[in-house]
Every structure is written in structure tokens, then in C-alpha cells.
Design a protein around this ligand. Structure first.
Ligand SMILES: [Fe+2]
Length: 573
């Protein structure tokens, strides 16, 4: 008690009111407070301020304002402003990161330092073929382009349904009027509208090249399966229905809904050769929140340093302990690194982004990324597509990242740029057809996490697995107009999933999904290399950071190497 009084008096003499938590800390940690001297106006002294008070670079802080926002923060108001203040006084830490990037750039992380004893030098590099990469330049679009875009979607997707509609004759919508009531028919079309009746039945308005018609799906118990399917239907997607013609041929009673679906469940393809692919998304180079140390540790691991990560686990979240020799062997057989966009944080992506950047020049952001990737052994083929933060128009398909910004990346012999979306083939040999990988950054994910009730109720944006599965079911990466920005290409809808890929690889929402076998497809939504942003905190979306999925192409098993640091764990709990 005596001690407490003494400390309080000491600060009062200096015109400071000391906060209770700081008082406790001084006592419990035996902090030498007596040398503390007055530098600024009268304030209440708390832990945040005390820990930075001696720093020369924070002289410009208005401590009264700081205190005001601290109080507001405690009351749950204006949390952003208090955070900004803290960011300012933590500038020294930021400088630390800047130094780290400089060190990385200057090549202090040396590839050879790690690799000599483990790399199999005579092994050939990975084999990558580009199957689809969009490269049409932007041009002015008219309303007609949008009309033709949906026509081309219809024509592309119509064959996906025809062979599966065996029960009733398939007719076009304008032919309904010449049929009789109670006739059984099948229709294929794009969803023009969905609505609920007063009694909770679902009405889907379907449109084909000849007209529109309403289809009713009742919520009666015997129709439950179709009613649940109708709830998954989204605007503008292509579906087929089987149904019965109702009164005056003006409505159809829906008996069944068919989604585009990727044909039959295919057998999981396996390579005869043991090779590995690693998957990475959203590094956001240039952002304050870029996790330089974790990223550097990942590079060290790929170079054979086995002491720089936290743990390895399976895709089922079971902890795995690998024999050192086996781990080195796996590393030596990594042949592919797939990066699904947002490689830099960009500039001007959102209002006032500049205050969240420590590299404010986009070209410099790409330069730094190129320097980092140069530390990765050159026999690893690195495939990169663009995200919404990259230097490229945001409308999809996004061609490859602009060369004038990503010059150094483009110059790297082992870097292959593709569009978003893009399809590549990896691991092909004379005897083996290789694996097709569909790469999509994932801009449309937020829309479907919200509009599809089943996904929303099961966790929304945290459920990349469900979002990926539903898009595969719809065979389209962004079926609804408005779920992403897109180029209405009248020749072809490039967001249709034409063929079942072997790997479907996405990112964007900064969450990790690794499902080795979903109907013969491996689903990977990549972890991020950026800490939690203020926006994510606001919407309650916890990013899953610094995790590297490693897929064995021979077994199709996936290991997750976790580079997230301990202190982040503590913070996340
Ligand atoms: Fe991102």
C-alpha cells in the first residue's frame, strides 16, 4: 500500500495521473519509475503511453487527444482512431520491418546458404503448360455486349444439361404455349429472378433465348429436396428444371432442379512421380501488415532450413512429425509454387490506403516481391495470377499483371504469369497427362457467402470450402451479375468452368481450405501472409496466416506447414 502511494505521489508531482493497470505493472514488474520525467502536458499516464514515452520520434503526439480516444476506445467507440494513434507511436516497429525488407532485398537470405546439402541437382525442373490465360485488352463495351455475354453463356452451358434430362422432352420456353396442361416438360435457362410467395413457396423465373416462364417450388414436405435446391439457386445462373405445366400454360410446377454440376465423380488422379506443389495466396507486399518474418521463414524452409516453422499438420488437422531426412526429401521435390493473387497490397485500392502502406510505390512493391521470390530455388516453377490488389484492371478475366510494374517478376525465368481466372497444367510427362489447375483469386466469394442461406448460416466467409463447392456445382466462378466486376465478352463467358480441374486454387478471403479430394478435385483456398486488417476485425473475419499447403502429386495428400509465430497465437485467442 505504502509503495502504491509512493508511486502515485511521484507521478502527481510530475503532474501525471497514473492509470491503475500501469500502477500494477510497475509494482509487479519492479519497473524503475523514478527516473521518469515530465516532457509534455498533463495527462493520465497509461501503459500504452508509458511504454513509448522515452521515444524521441513520438514528440509530436497530442497526448490529450490520445487520452480522449483511449477513453473512447475503452467505451467501445472510435476504436479506429485510437488504433491510428498507437500505430503512430509504434512507428519504430514499422521501421524495423522496413529494415527487414531492405535486408531481404539486399540478399541477406541467401539461397545457397541452405540449399547445397539438400537439393537434388540433377532432377529436372517442374513442367508447366498454360491451358487458358485471357489476354484480350480492355475496350469500350455496349449494352449489346452484356446481352451477347449471357447468350454466349447459354450456348456454352446448354450441352452440360441436355444429356442429363432423360425424363421429359426438352422444349424451349416459347413452345410451352402449344403444350397441354399437366404435360411433363424439361427447360434449360438462366435464372432471371427468384422470389418467395406469401406462403413461403419459391418462384424461379427462368429465361432462355425464346422467352421467360415462372416455375413454382412448393414448401410441402414431399417436395423438400427440391425446395432446398431452389434455395441454392442464384440470379443469372444456368439451371435446368423438370416440371408439369400448370393452368393456362402460365406457370410450371417444378418437379426437379438440375445444376450444371461437373459430370460424374471422377477418380482421384495420381502422378506416377513423387513431386510436390505448394500454394500461397495474398502476400500483400507493401502493406504494414505484411508478415515479413513468417514469409522469410517460409523461404528458408523451402531452402531446407527445418527449424523455422511451428508445426506440420495434415489437412485433417492432425499433427505430423516427419523424419528429418524425409522432410528434406519432400522439400527437394517441390517443383511448383502457385500464387493466387494480391501479391502486392497495391496503391489507391481503398480510401486512405496510403496510411496502411510502408512501401507506397507499386513498382517497388513488385520489385521487393521479385527479390523475395529470387530466394526460392530456381527449379521451382512459380505461377502467379492477379488479384484485386494487383496492378491490373479489376474486371474479370484479369489478364496478367502489367509488365511495366512487375518488370522484375516477369524477367524471372521460373515465373509464369497467367490471367485470373487461368488454367495451367502441371506435372505432365510423356506417360502422364498432368494435373489441370484452375486458378481464381476469389473476388466473388463474399457475395455467395452472403446470399446463399446455407453458407451464411454455416459461417459465411469462414467457409471457403462451401463457397468453392457451390461454384463448382454451378460450373461458374461468378454466375450472378454484380457478384464480381466482369468483362462482358460476347464471344465466350470465360468464367464458366468448362472442364473439371484436378486442383481448384483460390485466395482472397485470407482463410485456409485444403481438401485433398472433393469429387476428384483438390480444393485449396490459400492462407495469407498479411496480419489481420482493421476491416477484417470489424467484420469479425479472422485471417488464417502464414500456412503453406504442400500437395504430394503422387498420393494427392496435403501437408500444411505452419509458419505462424507463437505470439500471434496468443493474440488470436
Ligand atoms: Fe487479399
Amino acid at each position: 500500500m505504502e509503495n502504491k502511494k509512493k508511486i502515485i505521489n511521484h507521478f502527481l508531482e510530475k503532474d501525471f495521473l497514473i492509470s491503475e493497470n500501469l500502477l500494477d505493472k510497475i509494482i509487479s514488474s519492479n519497473i524503475d519509475y523514478e527516473s521518469f520525467d515530465k516532457k509534455e502536458d498533463n495527462i493520465i499516464l497509461n501503459e500504452d503511453i508509458y511504454s513509448h514515452f522515452e521515444d524521441e520520434h513520438i514528440k509530436g503526439i497530442d497526448w490529450k487527444e490520445f487520452e480522449k480516444f483511449k477513453v473512447m476506445d475503452e467505451k467501445g467507440k472510435n476504436k479506429e482512431i485510437y488504433k491510428k494513434f498507437l500505430n503512430m507511436i509504434e512507428q519504430d516497429e514499422k521501421e524495423g520491418i522496413e529494415k527487414k525488407i531492405e535486408e531481404i532485398e539486399k540478399g541477406k537470405v541467401q539461397t545457397n546458404e541452405y540449399s547445397d546439402d539438400i537439393l537434388i541437382k540433377d532432377e529436372k525442373e517442374g513442367n508447366v503448360e498454360i491451358i487458358f490465360s485471357y489476354d484480350e485488352k480492355s475496350k469500350k463495351r455496349s449494352v449489346l455486349d452484356f446481352v451477347n455475354y449471357f447468350r454466349s453463356r447459354f450456348k456454352q452451358m446448354e450441352p452440360m444439361f441436355k444429356s442429363r434430362l432423360n425424363n421429359n422432352p426438352i422444349i424451349s420456353i416459347n413452345k410451352i404455349k402449344i403444350k397441354s396442361q399437366n404435360d411433363k416438360i424439361s427447360l434449360i435457362g438462366l435464372v432471371n429472378n427468384t422470389s418467395l410467395t406469401k406462403n413461403g413457396h419459391i418462384i424461379i423465373e427462368l429465361e432462355d433465348l425464346t422467352g421467360k416462364i415462372k416455375i413454382l417450388f412448393t414448401n410441402k414436405a414431399e417436395n423438400n429436396e427440391n425446395y432446398e435446391k431452389a434455395k441454392e439457386v442464384v440470379l443469372d445462373e444456368m439451371i435446368a428444371i423438370e416440371g408439369t405445366i400448370g393452368q393456362n400454360n402460365e406457370i410450371i410446377f417444378g418437379d426437379n432442379i438440375l445444376f450444371a454440376e461437373l459430370s460424374l465423380i471422377k477418380e482421384l488422379k495420381k502422378s506416377p512421380k513423387e513431386e510436390y506443389a505448394v500454394f500461397m495466396g495474398d502476400p500483400h507486399i507493401g502493406a504494414d501488415m505484411f508478415l515479413a518474418e513468417e514469409f522469410e521463414n517460409m523461404i528458408k524452409w523451402i531452402n531446407g532450413d527445418l527449424d523455422c516453422y511451428k508445426k506440420i499438420r495434415s489437412s485433417n488437422d492432425e499433427s505430423i512429425s516427419l523424419d528429418k531426412e524425409e522432410e528434406k526429401r519432400i522439400i527437394s521435390k517441390i517443383k511448383y509454387m502457385i500464387i493466387t493473387g494480391d501479391v502486392v497490397d497495391g496503391v489507391g485500392i481503398y480510401p486512405a490506403q496510403e496510411s496502411d502502406l510502408f512501401i507506397k510505390d507499386i513498382k517497388k512493391q513488385y520489385d521487393v516481391f521479385a527479390e523475395l521470390l529470387k530466394k526460392i530455388p530456381s527449379h521451382i516453377q512459380i505461377i502467379i495470377n492477379a488479384g484485386n490488389h494487383d496492378a491490373m484492371r479489376i474486371a474479370e478475366p484479369q489478364p496478367i499483371i502489367y509488365k511495366e510494374y512487375a518488370e522484375k517478376l516477369c524477367e524471372m525465368p521460373n515465373v509464369i504469369m497467367v490471367s485470373n481466372p487461368g488454367v495451367i497444367n502441371i506435372g505432365k510427362t510423356e506417360e502422364f497427362e498432368g494435373f489441370n489447375c484452375l486458378l481464381y483469386h476469389g473476388y466473388s466469394f463474399t457475395y455467395y457467402a452472403d446470399v446463399i442461406e446455407d453458407i451464411r448460416s454455416k459461417g459465411g466467409l469462414t467457409r471457403a470450402d462451401l463457397i468453392m463447392q457451390i461454384l463448382l456445382k454451378k460450373r461458374h466462378l461468378a454466375p450472378s451479375h454484380g457478384s464480381t466486376l466482369y468483362i462482358p465478352d460476347s464471344e465466350k463467358d470465360n468464367l464458366v468452368i468448362e472442364q473439371a480441374p484436378d486442383f481448384f486454387v483460390t485466395g482472397h478471403i485470407h482463410r485456409l481450405t485444403s481438401i485433398p479430394n472433393y469429387k476428384g478435385i483438390s480444393l485449396l483456398n490459400c492462407s495469407t501472409w498479411m496480419g489481420e486488417t482493421a476491416f477484417q476485425e470489424k467484420v469479425g473475419l479472422k485471417p488464417q496466416i502464414a500456412k503453406l499447403p504442400v500437395a504430394n502429386l503422387k498420393t494427392r495428400e496435403i501437408l500444411i506447414v505452419d509458419f505462424e509465430k507463437e505470439k500471434e497465437d496468443v493474440k488470436n485467442e
